[in-house]
Design a protein around this ligand. Structure first.
Ligand SMILES: [Zn+2]
Length: 239
């Protein structure tokens, strides 16, 4: 019992560390993005042109859309749309091209049937379905455990732990897919002759800062999951 409690406390410390890392990553990504938004790439190509060129060379298997908002660029694999924010679509900056190339990396993952991309998509779908159930399940489980049937309560609590596990798993499956999309982005920018070595180095800084936010998110969710696991062991263990 004591070891479980110590594990529970350690998770609390890890969560604190992970949250600090997440805040740092967020600051780092916006400062790096803003910095290289000011640096224009010598090729002069815009984000929109870059995206369109890649679509054209792969048989236009998705539609390009310009969306409002800040850094909300994303590839939607369900309706096959590349959604690029206006800032990045009109920009010829290192940051703008880096972000667009990254989203095109996700597009290429689907075009090339990259397995981890589909695995992630499946887990995220499952997670969207189950995540709303976590808090109610946990509450019902604890109430049942304390006031009525300990066994039924325990079962519900363990289901809640499983649900949280799915969301941690979604974060785990996201990280390699994000890193791969950034690798594809750099390869694309270099292969198409859009950026020279120095520009690629700067783009890598922008994309690495973005990757750190996914590392932090994974660490936060794993630590929360482990803490919930220890918590469940504590409350179900003595009943
Ligand atoms: Zn991405």
């Amino acid at each position: 019992m004591e070891a479980i409690y110590i594990g529970y406390l350690i998770c609390g410390v890890v969560i604190l560390f992970a949250i600090i890392l997440a805040v740092y990553a967020q600051i780092k990504v916006s400062s790096t993005y803003n910095k290289y938004m000011e640096t224009q790439a010598k090729s002069g190509i815009t984000g929109r042109q870059l995206a369109q060129n890649i679509l054209n060379s792969t048989g236009n298997q998705a539609t390009l859309r310009t969306i409002r908002g800040h850094l909300n660029d994303h590839y939607n694999p369900v309706n096959h749309t590349v959604n690029i924010s206006v800032d990045n679509a009109d920009s010829s900056s290192i940051s703008g091209l880096g972000v667009v190339a990254h989203e095109m990396g996700h597009y290429l993952q689907q075009v090339k049937n990259y397995k981890p991309f589909y695995i992630r998509q499946t887990i995220v779908k499952l997670c969207n379905f189950t995540s709303g159930l976590l808090v109610p399940m946990l509450l019902i489980g604890i109430l049942l455990n304390v006031f009525l049937y300990a066994f039924a309560g325990n079962v519900v609590i363990w289901i809640a732990v499983g649900i949280y596990g799915v969301s941690a798993l979604a974060n785990l499956a996201t990280l390699p897919v994000e890193i791969d999309a950034s690798k594809r982005a750099l390869k694309m920018l270099s292969g198409m002759g859009i950026m020279d070595k120095e520009e690629l180095g700067k783009t890598k800084k922008v994309l690495s800062a973005a990757a750190l936010t996914y590392v932090a998110a994974l660490l936060v969710s794993l630590a929360y999951f482990l803490r919930l696991l220890f918590y469940a062991l504590m409350i179900t263990g003595d009943r």
